[in-house]
Design a protein around this ligand. Structure first.
Ligand code: BDR
Ligand code: CA
Length: 305
């Protein structure tokens, strides 16, 4: 039985690898891709997503562009992490297709049937818009598995992870929606580092493996600057959690999103120890079998040509 998924993303090196992991995995069926402004502008993340589908020979998968800015804030991109294109490093094929002529929220509303899992790997702007425009989607959506947030420290600020920091109001709307949501945060993504040996194993497996190795050639040195020995493949872990739910351990607790703080905007305030009398509205990830995740990632990407 394969789980139907839709990915809402802002590629982004790890978003691109998340899409490829989904395409390589029989446990999930990627029904649609939508794009949001985040790591780069919407124009760039949309082009990047089209190029990734083209690379994998899957330009048949419908793709729609969504929000070009957060709900109520100016866009802050991550060119320092992902480069000027948002996907610096490899030469990607030119897209031969265009986005569908609809906003991401519309494509998501169409694609979300009972049993579909929504996997956002960027700021939650499109998902907040989806819930506002199509509140009925709550009844159809199985759950959301989001890469974002952290119980511990952030990466955009000491308090906030990038996807939460870019659009805290959207994150607040999604976390208070009542839809089951799993947060794959930095607490687990930082435990599994993709290193040069992983890239070396992929480089000669075919054009997809070579491209992922070249993405890593750009991405790993970026993380080394912060003292990491490799790069977390944040977004791919969210997809991996749908593929194999036993990879990541989670616990249910209350998560509130800070939207009005000088220092802590975008903080995902997770009540890990249940000290508040607040509803358990999310599952947060607390541990990952890092080796098993990385081996799955390398094996699956190697299988693509
Ligand atoms: C998240 O931020 C982005 O830069 C990555 O693509 C990932 O989704 C990690 O904080
Ligand atoms: Ca991302």
């Amino acid at each position: 039985m394969s789980t139907p998924i839709v990915i809402d993303c802002d590629p982004g090196h790890d978003d691109a690898i998340a899409i490829l992991l989904a395409l390589a995995s029989p446990e999930v069926e990627l029904r649609a891709v939508t794009t949001v402004a985040g790591n780069q502008t919407l124009e760039k993340t949309t082009r990047n997503a089209l190029q990734v589908l083209e690379l994998a020979g899957r330009s048949d998968i419908p793709l729609a562009a969504g929000a070009d800015a957060p709900l109520r804030r100016h866009l802050r991109t991550a060119a320092d992490i992902h480069g000027e294109t948002g996907l610096d490093g490899p030469n990607l094929p030119q897209p031969t297709t265009r986005p569908v002529d609809a906003h991401a929220a519309e494509l998501l509303a169409d694609a979300i049937e009972p049993g579909v899992v929504l996997v956002p790997t960027g700021p939650l702007t499109n998902i907040a818009l989806l819930l506002e425009r199509h509140p009925d989607v709550r009844d159809r959506l199985d759950r959301i598995v989001w890469m974002g947030g952290a119980i511990g420290l952030g990466n955009s600020t000491p308090a906030a992870e990038f996807n939460a920091f870019v659009d805290p109001e959207a994150a607040a709307a999604v976390f208070s929606s009542g839809i089951p949501i799993t947060m794959i945060g930095l607490d687990v993504t930082h435990q599994a580092l993709f290193v040069t040996e992983h890239a070396a194993r992929l480089r000669n497996t075919g054009s997809v493996g070579r491209t992922v190795a070249e993405l890593a050639d750009f991405f790993l040195p970026v993380y080394r600057r912060f003292g990491f020995s490799g790069a977390p493949m944040h977004d791919a872990m969210a997809v991996a959690h749908v593929i194999d739910p036993t990879l990541v351990a989670t616990l249910e607790c209350n998560v509130a999103i800070e939207t009005r703080s000088q220092y802590c905007d975008g903080r995902t305030v997770a009540d890990r120890w249940h000290v508040l009398d607040a509803p358990r509205n999310a599952r947060v990830s607390i541990d990952v079998e890092a080796e098993r995740f990385l081996e799955l990632l390398v094996a699956r990407i190697s299988s693509l040509r």
